[in-house]
Write a protein that binds this ligand. Sequence first.
Ligand code: SF4
Length: 92
Amino acid sequence: ARIEEKLFQNRYLVDAGRPHIKVRAHAVPSPALRALVHACPANCYSETDTGAVEVATDGCMECGTCRVLTQATGEIEWSYPRGGFGVLYKFG
Ligand code: SF4
């Protein structure tokens, strides 16, 4: 099966009002932050009209890519979702 079909089998429970990833306010994103627009496997990152980068955490697979990429720049705040929320992997 294609990866999209496999991913579709995972359920995602949004912790409304408590996103586990936040982009800190910025005027110009670093190259690392901007790269996430394409690097995030769940397409959570997008560029705004003003050239800033924003995140919508619905569908986040908690892969940690954004955390690793922006570790040096400190542009995002990343924490694991509260227990019971976030991605629920289905095996088999
Ligand atoms: Fe995207 Fe992975 Fe970051 Fe989630 S943890 S927003 S899937 S890069």
